[in-house]
Design a protein around this ligand. Structure first.
Ligand code: TXA
Ligand code: MG
Length: 319
């Protein structure tokens, strides 16, 4: 594998300066690339929505690099938050907490709660630290399109809508963070992701799941039925049952395709390894202009929850 070029301290400093000036910087995290802006600057955050073509009913996650910054963002820090942060931060877990008044309404889509995440990617951490600011950042893609797991994906998807892109190589988790709300009386899983439900439940006990996609300032825009989609029609199939007309590609887990396909991609049988590859493979196949991409559905086990969620949304089959 080619060695990964990491941004120099001067590049990080330049990106941090841009953030402090209200500009947009795309940066690597361990999950996917983020499109960052100063979370305390409403005008800067408005540019995120404009660049993504995203409706303002979708709240944005705020990224922090230390606990002092958490306190500038979240007004409350419940005991369960402490337990989870000790175990999973820095890492792919977003905690939804009561917000500080300094966080503009646009960041939280008018909600009283804010999503807070401390990423583990060294470039993300260095950038947030250098900026000295909490950084609002959704995934660095146009609304409803596939999330980027390389700097090249960001370039292709957003082009000059972003002021600067930090290249930290391919993301090592590959799907978005788990979003867990701790703002109510019981913890609620808003979006499955990089930390699995069993991992979370091992620390704090059973968590309930939010299932309904509400139309108002929805607490979880990841619940938009069509989200994370390639342009090519994506089909979820069992037993190698690929379409018998048109040209297509097949993402195989176990069963080979029943009829001929243009291209087969063997996917890893392990959920975490599958997640690392998923968006990259879909970006690649999307560029080939096939009539369809058929994906063999994984087991419906808790380890596969996040991957299955993203596949269902990409296929437009989300509940
Ligand atoms: O891994 C990730 O989370 C990536 C990287 C860049 O950190 N970010 C990401 O952001 O996926 P985005 O905007 O594409 O997804 C935002 C998710 C929503 O699904 C929603 O559940 C949650 O964050 N969220 C953010 N703020 C929230 C809030 N105030 N209340 C409830 N959910 C919130
Ligand atoms: Mg996204």
């Amino acid at each position: 594998m080619a060695s990964v070029h990491l941004p120099s301290p001067a590049e990080i400093e330049h990106a941090a300066t841009l953030l402090r000036a209200g500009k947009l910087v795309a940066f690597p995290t361990e999950t996917v690339y983020g499109l960052g802006a100063n979370a305390l600057d409403a005008a800067a955050v408005a540019r995120i929505f404009e660049a993504k073509g995203r409706p303002s009913t979708s709240p944005v996650i705020v990224h922090v690099s230390d606990m002092d910054m958490v306190r500038r963002v979240a007004a409350e820090w419940p005991a369960v938050a402490q337990l989870l942060a000790q175990k999973f931060w820095p890492g792919p877990l977003t905690l939804v907490l009561k917000k500080q008044p300094a966080i503009p309404a646009l960041v939280t889509a008018g909600l009283n709660n804010v999503g807070v995440r401390m990423p583990s990617h060294p470039v993300a951490r260095a950038l947030i630290e250098a900026a000295g600011l909490p950084i609002a950042a959704p995934s660095a893609n146009r609304f409803t399109q596939l999330s980027p797991t390389t700097a090249e994906h960001v370039r292709q998807g957003l082009g000059d809508r972003v002021d600067y892109i930090l290249d930290g190589g391919p993301c090592t988790v590959g799907i978005e963070s788990t979003v867990l709300s701790l703002a109510g009386s019981i913890p609620v899983l808003l979006r499955p992701g990089g930390i699995s439900r069993p991992q979370i439940e091992a620390v704090i006990g059973p968590v309930t799941q939010q299932t309904t996609a509400s139309a108002e300032a929805h607490p979880s825009p990841g619940l938009h039925p069509r989200h994370y989609s390639p342009r090519t029609k994506l089909l979820l199939v069992c037993d190698g049952q690929v379409p018998d007309s048109g040209a297509g590609a097949y993402l195989q887990l176990r069963q080979p395709p029943k009829t001929k396909v243009q291209e087969i991609v063997r996917m890893p049988p392990n959920a975490a390894e599958y997640a690392v590859r998923l968006y990259g493979v879909l970006h690649q196949l999307d560029a080939r202009n096939y009539d369809w991409i058929a994906v063999e559905v994984p087991d419906n086990s808790p380890e596969w929850e996040a991957v299955c969620d993203r596949l269902q949304r990409a296929a437009g089959e989300a509940k």
